[in-house]
Design a protein around this ligand. Structure first.
Ligand SMILES: NC(=O)c1ccc[n+]([C@@H]2O[C@H](COP(=O)([O-])OP(=O)(O)OC[C@H]3O[C@@H](n4cnc5c(N)ncnc54)[C@H](OP(=O)(O)O)[C@@H]3O)[C@@H](O)[C@H]2O)c1
Length: 427
């Protein structure tokens, strides 16, 4: 391998791991690193020029490969664009920039005949992206789905295993460094939505606009739901998925009841677990660390080594020509998604309430698989309904109709029940 000069934006969690791993590769020379605060104490010495001006890195003509591990949309996007315009290859872990600007970035990279590698942007240390791009190239992908956020999986695991509240589990995740001071992106499902957009691009050829992804977070889940789920034979997991439909793609991020017998239910703590369905390979699953200094750096440096190995090939540009398109992917309306549902309602403890719930479901063409009354709470009752597979729009109409009834004290929680067979109407 010829010597390749590398520059890096960011020396935080991932950047620190990258410095550690790059030091094992004498052909890869780290020339410049940009940080925000030059006065901050660092746990590694990158052994090169460190600057607080990222332009110095992207404007250095000797740097062939730019590693972007600073995160956030701006200024990362502008810096990546500048690097591509000056014909540098880019290795990035930045799911937000890719999901929001992927079509333009890949178009520009094609024009400039450079590559964008992004293994670390989804599932951290799990080599998911190279598996889809290379190992599964012969397949038509039907779906990619799974647990794509270690923070929320850790929180849900703590709530289930230790009986902790959402707030206590979040505080523990923050204390252990699994969750950021502002956890919104993780707990509201934005992080998973960005990853689903990237997975859709890999599997179906085009990114999905994050705003077009049906998204629910985990903040409304409570220990009662986890207990009910367990009684019915499920665990609650935040699931991101992209499914090929007849004419387009269905994309969703939502907490789901996953049957305990499904391998995804056993993915606990901060791990990620991803199931890929290919027409030739069938179903395969990958599990591993979705974040962390060295696991994520493993993906970043793996990309750099791959790039560096191929850089001197004559047909480099065609070999790494990305199949990702310059358009946004059309998506199925979220209302048309079909799934069985779990619904917990807090109701007045009056005779006839169950009958009224049944009538409202009937009027909205929702068939009930089972309905039970659980524990009397504050002079009311908790009713748990499991439905037959039904369109999301119908279950939402039924809930809306119940909200105008006097018997309803609180809508409680409505969660999809995970199945590989879920899909959109007509899909
Ligand atoms: N952490 C993970 O486990 C993980 C996993 C998968 C993907 N990722 C992705 O990897 C990227 C980096 O994550 P991280 O956890 O390493 O972030 P981090 O710990 O917050 O580090 C960010 C680094 O970028 C530098 N930086 C931020 N803004 C800058 C600016 N305007 N100019 C110059 N330097 C700037 C910071 O400088 P200072 O150090 O001076 O503040 C810091 O060194 C993100 O896109 C993230 O989504 C992270």
């Amino acid at each position: 391998m010829a010597r390749v000069v590398v520059g890096m934006l960011g020396l935080g969690t991932v950047g620190t791991g990258v410095v550690k791993l790059l030091s094992n590769h004498k052909h890869l020379t780290l020339k410049r690193v940009a940080v925000r605060d030059l006065g901050k104490e660092r746990t590694v010495d990158p052994g090169c020029h460190v600057t607080d001006n990222p332009e110095e890195v992207v404007n250095d003509p000797e740097i062939e490969v730019l590693i972007e591990v600073m995160g956030g949309e701006k200024p990362a996007l502008d810096l990546i664009v500048k690097a591509i315009e000056s014909r540098k290859h880019v290795v990035t872990a930045n799911k937000e920039v890719l999901a929001k600007h992927g079509p333009d970035l890949f178009k520009l990279a094609r024009e400039k005949e450079v590559a964008i590698f992004f293994e670390a942007s989804v599932a951290g240390g799990v080599p998911l992206i190279s598996t889809i791009q290379k190992g599964l190239e012969a397949n038509q992908i039907a779906s990619i789905l799974g647990i794509l956020n270690g923070t929320t999986n850790f929180i849900l695991s703590q709530m289930e295993e230790k009986g902790e509240s959402f707030e206590a589990a979040l505080a523990k995740a923050q204390a252990l460094g699994f969750a950021e001071a502002d956890p919104t992106s993780d707990v509201e499902g934005f992080d998973v939505a960005y990853k689903v957009s990237i997975l859709a691009a890999l599997a179906f050829g085009n990114f999905v606009k994050p705003d077009n992804i049906f998204r629910r977070g985990i903040t409304h889940i409570n220990s009662v739901d986890l207990e009910h789920a367990r009684e019915f034979g499920y665990r609650i997991k935040l699931i991101g998925r992209a499914d090929r439909q007849k004419d387009n793609v269905a994309v969703r991020v939502e907490p789901c009841l996953v049957p305990i017998s499904h391998p995804l239910a056993s993915v606990s703590g901060s791990n990620n677990g991803i199931v890929v369905n290919g027409h030739a390979v069938g179903e395969l699953m990958m599990v591993g660390p979705g974040a962390g200094e060295l696991p994520t750096a493993s993906a970043v440096v793996g990309d750099v080594i791959n790039l560096a190995t191929a850089l001197r090939l004559q047909d480099f540009a065609s070999y790494f020509h990305s199949a990702i398109g310059a358009k946004w992917q059309e998506v199925t309306s979220a209302d048309q998604w079909i799934s069985p549902y779990y619904l917990r309602l807090e109701v007045e403890d009056h005779p006839g309430v169950i009958g009224k719930i049944g009538s409202i479901f009937g009027a909205n063409q929702v068939s009930i698989q089972s309905i039970i009354q659980r524990g009397v709470a504050d002079q009311g009752a908790s009713v748990v309904v499991i439905t037959q597979p039904v369109e999301t729009g119908r279950i939402e109409s039924a809930i809306a109709a119940m909200k105008s009834e006097d018997f309803l004290k609180n809508t409680g929680t409505c969660l999809a029940i995970f199945s590989n067979k879920n899909g959109a109407k007509g899909g």
